[in-house]
Design a binder for this molecule. Structure first.
Ligand code: C2O
Ligand code: CU
Length: 490
């Protein structure tokens, strides 16, 4: 395929597209961080919590007086934050006011395939779609974004993305910062490009896809966040289409990581940096002293990307960004100590593995030598059984790997136990070049032989090129079918 040739050419010559970029020390933090509004909801007579999202086109002034054409949900850029509680039944009325089809995928959510919002659940212009499901997973920072096959990078880059926060009793009992937008703050990080006038412009393209030379957070350029609590929880979401970050504090204080994609770690972990590839989330705690200013930065290096040499256009080269300045008030509300034990995470019993599958990521943007085909089911999984997925990044460059419907555990990386920051629940992982990741997961509750879920690279251009496959979850002995195109299994 053409995509394959492009990939190989890029891999061969190393430096194509944007070179190393740094905004460190150059960002004037002059604009208060925008906080996405909480999505309004109503509760039906049967107890269903009902939200509404409308994908629409609009204009956004990233720079005052300089409107850019953007898309958003219920607004012109990004979307409201949905919040739900474990045990609730939710419905989201999704409307499409764009003039092209899109979808809304609930990234990280455990739910039936028909409600997943992948490429088989397209919403036509002026049409609507109302998925509903039970929230049956632990407190976590999830998100939502479009997933139309071949167009996902474009739809997300235009601004269609939002956060979906889940709470539960166990999390609440910890007394963590939980006042939305005050001491519990969404931090949606994207890279973008702006003209000298301040109008958003298209990004440079390299092997990873579109890479911007400036960051925006919750759609804000040069953001600062005023805080008046001594302990602040930041929910970091990498909603960039291609760029991977290594988040760290400007004064090199440790990053206190408390949660990964699927929920809380067993205990907080102190790190130099938190590496997030597109689609991944991390909850971190920041303790501030009165009046101080702390800058969140990203400092990606070849070492952090696991690259032997600098490969600038993959952003495995050296790029460094100022992200957000946190400004502490002169008087701060005290916070209770953070409990040492945050969660209990039981390991899967590996003797129960019913099926081992191998997924090889290659330089042609294919998985196991095949590009995504909407009419082909690649894997058929038996519901409620334990699976081992071995993901081999057989390329010389980073990719990520995301699986729908489940939160998984990393059992090993190149045969070694994962570091503590990767030992919790994950739905997306950064895969370093030439490394092999052993994942354990159980696809529970929902089976549907007619509707597949996806697994794919979350570098969205790669996904659009076909670095994606489909799996169906079926009852024991059942065969997967697919209604679209021809179906074959291999
Ligand atoms: Cu966040 Cu299949 O996607
Ligand atoms: Cu990729």
């Amino acid at each position: 395929a053409a995509g394959g040739l492009v990939a190989i050419a890029f891999a061969g010559c190393g430096v194509v597209g944007p070179g190393p970029i740094s905004t460190v020390g150059k960002v004037d933090f002059e604009t208060p961080l925008a906080i996405p509004p909480l999505a309004e909801s109503t509760v039906d007579a049967d107890g269903t919590r009902v939200f509404s999202l409308d994908a629409q086109a609009g204009t956004t002034e990233f720079t005052p007086g300089q409107p850019s054409d953007t898309w958003g949900f219920n607004g012109s850029y990004l979307g409201p934050t949905l919040v739900a509680e474990r045990g609730e039944h939710v419905r989201v009325n999704v409307a499409n006011s764009l003039d092209e089809p899109t979808t809304v995928h609930w990234h990280g959510m455990h739910l039936p395939a028909e409600m997943d919002g992948g490429p088989h659940q397209m919403v036509a212009p002026d049409a609507s779609w109302s998925p509903e499901w039970d929230i049956d997973q632990q407190a976590a920072t999830l998100w939502y974004h479009p997933h139309p096959h071949g167009e996902t990078e474009d739809h997300v880059a235009r601004g269609l993305a939002g956060m979906f926060i889940l709470h539960d009793e166990q999390e609440r009992s910890l007394g963590l910062p939980s006042e939305y937008g005050v001491d519990d703050v969404p931090v949606i990080v994207q890279d973008s490009g702006f003209s000298a006038d301040g109008e958003q412009e298209s990004k440079q393209r390299g092997y990873a896809g579109g890479l911007g030379d400036e960051l925006i957070v919750n759609g804000t350029r040069g953001p600062y966040l005023d805080v008046s609590d001594e302990l602040v929880r930041l929910r970091l979401l990498n909603a960039s289409t291609a760029r991977t970050y290594a988040f760290a504090w400007g004064d090199a204080r440790p990053v206190e990581l408390i949660a990964t994609d699927g929920g809380l770690l067993e205990a907080s972990v102190s790190l130099d940096h938190v590496r997030l590839s597109p689609g991944e989330r991390a909850e971190v705690l920041l303790r501030v002293t009165p009046g101080e200013r702390v800058v969140l930065q990203s400092k990606m290096t070849p070492e952090i990307a696991g690259l032997v040499g600098p490969v600038a256009d993959t952003n495995g080269g050296s790029d460094a960004f100022d992200v957000l300045e946190v400004r502490a008030a002169e008087t701060l509300d005290p916070a209770p100590p953070v409990p040492a034990a945050l969660n209990t995470i039981d390991d899967f019993d590996e003797t129960e593995v019913a099926m081992t599958r191998n997924f090889t990521l290659d330089d042609s943007f294919e998985i196991n030598g095949e590009a995504m085909d909407m009419g082909r089911i690649d894997e058929t999984v038996t519901v409620d059984t334990l699976e081992r997925w071995i993901v081999d990044n057989a390329t010389s460059l980073p990719h990520s790997f995301h699986v729908h419907d489940v939160q998984f555990r990393i059992a090993s990386i190149d045969g070694t136990a994962p570091p503590p920051e990767l030992a919790g629940w994950k739905d997306t992982i950064f895969t370093e070049p030439e490394k092999e990741y052993e994942l354990l997961m159980r696809f529970e509750d929902y089976s549907d032989p007619d509707t597949p879920y996806m697994y794919h690279c979350h570098l969205l251009w790669h996904e659009d090129q076909g670095m994606m496959g489909q799996f169906a979850v079926v009852e024991p002995g059942q065969r997967a079918t697919i209604t679209e195109g021809t179906h074959h299994e291999h």
